[in-house]
Each structure stands twice: as structure tokens, then as C-alpha cells.
Design a protein around this ligand. Structure first.
Ligand code: 13P
Length: 275
């Protein structure tokens, strides 16, 4: 089916008290694993691409492939720029056929974050795309800034984002120690913004019981990158070890890692849908 924006899948998921997985693909194999997992679970999915790939030509080339895969999928798929760094990346994403974007101004002073995000929202909406912003900051190797309830409400109203990433104690990448989610903060934000899908970044390694409690508080999009990509790499490694130096054509070799990723993603999709 044609690509859908986040607006065609997230508000309904929020009303149903469920969340949708947003998985970072970086090549054909990880992308097709996301699509096959969506097919197998009969679930919408968000296929997203790291912002750094928008600065080196990879996201443009990959975009054509992702659009083709999404169009052949029987389930709704949104194609999303993850952590867009500036308006140029947003414009490029929209030009290249991505129909959903994030402008991440979460490290900027509040007013600058509002200005950049609102401009990105205008660009996205003019192109018929959906837009995500972030208030507070989910650590990316730096310090976390938990989202203040009032700023979340003000930011949502001032930017017009379609989905709002909030910081409630998760972090990007693997954790050194188990995270403690501030579910009360999440509950308050969800209560004040009852119709706005909230986004949880840093899905990797976050205890699923806490993730599911956060879904009950309004988290509707859950980003998972590290553990998914690591699943792919570990299975490539296992396949190479099994070959023990012998040759295998790449397309055949990759069937194993793809299948392992599909299984991993299916488990996440089911857990996010509370199934
Ligand atoms: P993880 O790499 O921790 O899963 O985080 C992914 C993410 O939030 C992408 O935006």
C-alpha cells in the first residue's frame, strides 16, 4: 500500500492504548526485516533512518529502496527521518520521499528549539508529511534532561508537532545500569496532552514492563535502533563463523540474519501492542 504518515497510525494507536515500533534500518537487510515483521504481525510500522545517513548520500539512495519495500507491504508503513539535525536535512528527506520527519532541537535553548521545530513542522505539513519534535533531552552519550510537564504542553502548542518525544529516564544505546523510568512524569504529560502521541527514544534495553507502563501513560511510538542493528551484526558474525572462511553468495548468506531480525522485531511489535 502507499506510504502513510504517522498521523494515519499513531493517533489511533494512542486511542487504543497501544504503541507502534519505529525501527532504524541502515541497509536492505535491516529494512526488509522491518517490513517482513510488520507483515507477519499484521501491524503498522515506522521505518526510520539515522540523521547521519542524510549527510553522506546513504539516506537518499536507501530512500528509493525503502519506498519500494513499503509500497509492496500490505501493512501501513511510515518512512521517517530520525533525529534530523537541521532544516536542510528535513528538506532533503521530504525531497527524497520520506513522508515523516523529526527535527531534534532538544539540545537547544527552549526558544530556539521551538523556532526550529515549528519551521520543520511547517515544511513537513506543506509536503503532506508528519513531524516529530523533542522537548527535554534523551541522553545520546551526554546528559539526560527530563521533560518538564509545563514545557511539554507549551512546546506542543507552540510547534504543532504531530508526535512529541519526551525524556522520562531512557537513554540511547546500551545501558550501564538498569534505567529507572519516571512513569509519574509520563503519566502527567500524557494526561495534559491526551490526544498527542508521545514518543519514547532509547528503546534498547529498557525493561519491557516499564515500557508497557509508559504506553498506558500515552507513549505511542517506541524507537529501537541499537539492539535491532546489533541482532543483525551478531547474526552476520555467527554466519561467518559457521562458514569458517568458505564463500557464500551475499544474498543467500543474508537470509539467516534477516530471519533472526524478523523474529526479534516481531517480539517487540507484539509487546508494544500489549499482545
Ligand atoms: P536505541 O538505540 O537505544 O534503541 O535508541 C533508538 C532511538 O531512540 C532512535 O531515535
Amino acid at each position: 500500500m502507499p506510504l502513510v504518515t504517522m498521523n494515519e497510525i499513531l493517533p489511533a494507536a494512542r486511542r487504543a492504548g497501544k504503541a507502534i515500533g519505529a525501527f532504524n534500518a541502515a541497509n536492505y537487510e535491516t529494512a526488509v526485516a522491518v517490513i517482513q515483521a510488520a507483515e507477519a504481525e499484521k501491524s503498522p510500522v515506522i521505518l526510520q533512518v539515522y540523521s547521519r545517513m542524510f549527510g553522506n548520500g546513504k539516506a537518499e539512495a536507501l530512500g528509493g529502496l525503502l519506498i519500494r519495500l513499503a509500497q509492496k507491504c500490505s501493512q501501513p508503513v511510515a518512512l521517517h527521518l530520525d533525529h534530523g539535525e537541521n532544516l536542510e536535512q528535513v528538506r532533503n528527506a521530504l525531497d527524497w520521499g520520506y513522508n515523516s520527519i523529526m527535527l531534534d532541537g532538544s539540545r537547544l535553548p527552549y526558544a530556539d528549539n521551538v523556532a526550529a521545530t515549528a519551521a520543520a513542522v511547517r515544511l513537513a505539513h506543506a509536503a503532506g508529511a508528519s513531524a516529530e519534535g523533542e522537548i527535554g533531552h534523551v541522553a545520546m552519550g551526554d546528559a539526560t534532561a527530563l521533560t518538564e510537564v509545563e514545557s511539554a504542553c507549551q512546546f506542543a502548542a507552540e510547534t504543532g508537532v504531530d508526535a512529541l518525544a519526551i525524556s522520562i529516564g531512557t537513554a540511547h544505546g546500551y545501558y550501564q545500569t538498569e534505567p529507572k523510568l519516571d512513569l509519574e512524569r509520563c503519566r502527567q504529560i500524557g494526561e495534559r496532552l491526551p490526544d498527542l502521541p508521545l514518543v519514547l527514544h532509547g528503546g534498547t534495553g529498557t525493561p519491557m514492563a516499564d515500557v508497557q507502563k509508559a504506553i498506558a501513560c500515552g507513549i505511542t511510538k517506541i524507537n529501537v535502533a541499537t539492539e535491532f542493528q546489533h541482532c543483525f551484526l551478531k547474526n552476520v558474525q555467527a554466519g561467518l563463523d559457521a562458514l569458517d572462511g568458505k564463500f557464500s553468495p551475499i544474498d543467500k548468506f543474508m537470509d539467516g540474519p534477516i530471519a533472526a531480525c524478523v523474529e526479534h522485531l516481531r517480539g517487540l511489535i507484539r509487546a508494544f501492542a500489549l499482545r
